[in-house]
Unconditional design. Structure first.
Length: 435
């Protein structure tokens, strides 16, 4: 039997390694389509990306059985555009944009659920922009679209608001202008007329525990297959780790399932994976949607593999091939798993980065560990792409174990074994970060 050809937009080595772990991977031929540099460096041109993709796909001597992607814009929007041309399966472009455009997403959420923060638009063209009526500090300012929380700022007063607006004005066009091209492909509802892709959104700050929900839609039926906890560094909005499965009470998990199904149903996704980020405040028993993503999180793939025996890429592949994913539970080697973000909170230059052989040796010596290094030798951290506004990612460290203390012990051993060096003080996990 010939292999099915699956084109993966933005395929990289780490995710190829994970894709090759999906069930029946031997039946698939994973082919790269567009590079990460083409997709993320500088101001991308969607028409130019489509032209490059067309040239590769048109010249391919074989069947095109699926076109998939697990990254945000522009990958998320390229998948349905290419699917329409080559007859592969995908959710609609409109449903993707309803997730990716943060303002449009909020408009759709409020039609289906009450679990969302107050929000409004900030007029960047005004000589003296102000927060939307009814909004109070603290709040978050963010573009309608950005990469990995780029240009997202928590603001506590008028001075911080002004500084954030200036930063967003300066940088919003890099992603906003290409996003305008996508919006031009759609027939927009009245509430989105004239909004465009270069709009700034203000949202009331949320407090509580961060949690992520992963699921998929097949033949119009929404299935949630995992709930994960997201834990920040102390006194920081930057992630320390994602942990699966969630430690939240079963009653809260059921509410997460229900709200997620209603939001995704309203948006109209089908034949696709999704992930939704939430805040849950135990004190007030209050749940709020933070963000809706029209794809599963590739950051969580190893966690599902450790615990359920199958990475979440499996669900993406099944749906793209017209199959309903057979979702296992608890069939993996570990009871729980975590993805850790080893970060620097100061700009620095990285020295002494271990080579791949050294990294693989660490993975062999510490069972249930996988390491992906982010910076290259000699790289200035501030020059790395896709960093949040407050820190720099040095390494992603995945750990599997049977208890939370084991996850932390493996992380600590891994950090010590990597022997990463820096011109300044080395990054460290602050005391209490395990809380």
């Amino acid at each position: 039997m010939s292999k099915q050809n699956i084109f993966v937009i933005g395929l990289n080595d780490g995710n190829l390694r994970t894709l090759e772990a999906v069930p029946n991977a031997g039946q698939f031929h994973f082919l790269p389509l567009l590079t990460m540099d083409e997709l993320q460096v500088g101001e991308v041109s969607v028409p130019a990306l489509l032209e490059k993709a067309h040239s590769v796909l048109d010249a391919f001597d074989g069947t095109i059985d699926a076109i998939v992607g697990y990254w945000d814009f522009p990958v998320s929007t390229l998948v349905p555009l290419l699917a329409a041309r080559y007859g592969t399966r995908s959710t609609s472009l409109e449903s993707v944009v309803k997730c990716e455009h943060k303002y449009w997403s909020r408009l759709e959420q409020q039609k289906a659920v009450k679990e969302h923060p107050r929000f409004g638009r900030v007029d960047l063209s005004a000589s003296d922009p102000h927060p939307p009526a009814g909004m109070e500090y603290p709040m978050w300012l963010k573009p309608a679209l950005s990469y990995s929380s780029e240009l997202a700022f928590g603001v506590k007063d008028e001075e911080a608001f002004g500084a954030a607006v200036a930063e967003i004005r300066h940088g919003i066009g890099r992603v906003g202008r290409p996003f305008d091209y996508i919006l031009d492909q759609l027939e927009l509802p009245p509430e989105m007329e004239g909004v465009g892709g270069q709009v700034c959104l203000a949202e009331q700050s949320l407090t509580g525990l961060q949690v992520a929900v992963e699921g998929y839609v097949h033949d119009g039926e929404v299935t949630v297959y995992g709930v994960l906890d997201s834990i920040n560094y102390p006194d920081s909005p930057s992630f320390l780790r994602h942990q699966y499965p969630s430690a939240l009470p079963a009653s809260v998990v059921r509410r997460l399932h229900d709200v997620s199904a209603r939001v995704i149903g309203q948006i109209g996704m089908n034949c696709a994976t999704f992930s939704i980020e939430y805040f849950y405040d135990p004190g007030g028993d209050e749940l709020n949607v933070l963000e809706v993503n029209p794809r599963h999180s590739q950051s969580h793939a190893e966690l599902f593999e450790y615990v359920d025996g199958v990475p979440n890429h499996h669900h993406m592949i099944c749906l793209a091939l017209g199959k309903n994913p057979d979702v296992p539970r608890g069939a993996g080697s570990y009871a729980m798993a975590a993805k850790w973000y080893y970060r620097s909170f100061a700009d620095d230059v990285v020295r002494g980065v271990p080579d791949q052989e050294a990294v693989r040796r660490v993975e062999r010596e510490i069972p249930g560990v996988r390491v992906d290094l982010v910076p290259a030798e000699g790289q200035q951290l501030s020059r790395m792409a896709e960093q949040d506004s407050y820190s720099f990612e040095v390494a992603h460290i995945f750990t599997g174990g049977d208890r939370e203390e084991e996850l932390r012990e493996k992380f600590d051993r891994c950090v010590a074994s990597l022997n990463l060096a820096f011109d300044g003080a080395a990054p460290c996990v602050p005391e209490g970060a395990e809380a």
